[in-house]
Design a binder for this molecule. Sequence first.
Ligand code: NIG
Ligand code: FE
Length: 392
Amino acid sequence: VGDVSSLLIDQLGELVTNDPDRAGGTAPDADPRLGRVSNAAVVVQDGRVVWVGSASDAPPADERFDADGAAAIPGFVDSHAHLVFAGDRSAEFAARMAGRPYTAGGVGVTVAATRAASDEQLRSQVSGLVEEMVRQGTTTVEIKSGYGLTVDDESRSLRVAQQFTAETTYLGAHVVPPEYADDPAGYVDLVTGPMLAACAPYARWIDVFCEGGAFDADQARAVLRAGMAQGLHPRIHANQLGPGPGVQVACEVGATAADHCTHLTDADVSALAAGGVVATLLPGVEFSTRSPYPDARRLMHAGVTVALATDCNPGTSFTTSMPFVIALAVREMGMSPAEAVWSATAGGAAALQRDDVGVLRAGARADLAVLDAPSHVHLAYRPGVPLATAFG
Ligand code: NIG
Ligand code: FE
């Protein structure tokens, strides 16, 4: 940042660009959307990509980094994460692994701990998790509120989040907090009224957990419409724990993304495809709740854009690792390594309506992940091995 000298990243054994202009007939096993270049080089300057191509054609630059045959990909775009929280729920995880089911009620435990935490504790928690992400190749992260659930605790959650990313999401409608247990309508009024007014200045997105035990379709519509009226862009937690109206609400309001999408009807899949709504799959959740995985192939077959994200949160998916998510998507959801890498990069960018990340071409942000491996396939082939690092 601020450095205007140019840097040549040279001798990349494989470069995944996700550039549609480079897409097309490479090896039969690879997704043509990856726009792969072998024996590649990239020139970056002042935080932007200025040139991409074959190493043999690379223009001169002020400095040179020799990648020595390593692969590089666009940095991961983790489009769904709940990083602003305090407290520990490992006992709940252990109980689940011993057979107890997950319910949305566990959110309340984290809400109590988050309310009791200082601003500095929250900031340092987010900072630590973002550092973990960067060490694993993530260069863009979305961060939600949703564990404060008061006007002050939601707005401070977003002020903290905003220190780390431009992709901040107001999730005051995560669950109805205990003090409103007898008056959920009153809580929706708070979320769509004073809480929204306090949070909108710090948020780009509005989100709601549309699920049994959280908010129903009418409440979800009211929350999203209120946020949209304040200039926020809609996204939703939908169809996570069971079938439900979340995906239809997403399509109705024109949400950018519907996240989870684990329990879908044929009508849901068609609506996502017709509406151009990105389906963000979060297999860390199914792993950590020992539940059936979403059907990625069914969505892709219908022409739905699929994103992959961590959903990093203390309840259902306490991982910061996009490579872990890729490995799950490949092993458990039938995605090819190429499809999973695309969904974790370009898919995430689509879920955040960003055209400057998730792609490596002139003008895009200089956000790369360099892999300690010769190809993107190794991200799934070598699960649990720290191969990806954000470059720069
Ligand atoms: O995305 N679905 C709602 N929220 C989180 C889990 C929240 C929690 O259990 O703390 C999720 O899975
Ligand atoms: Fe979530």
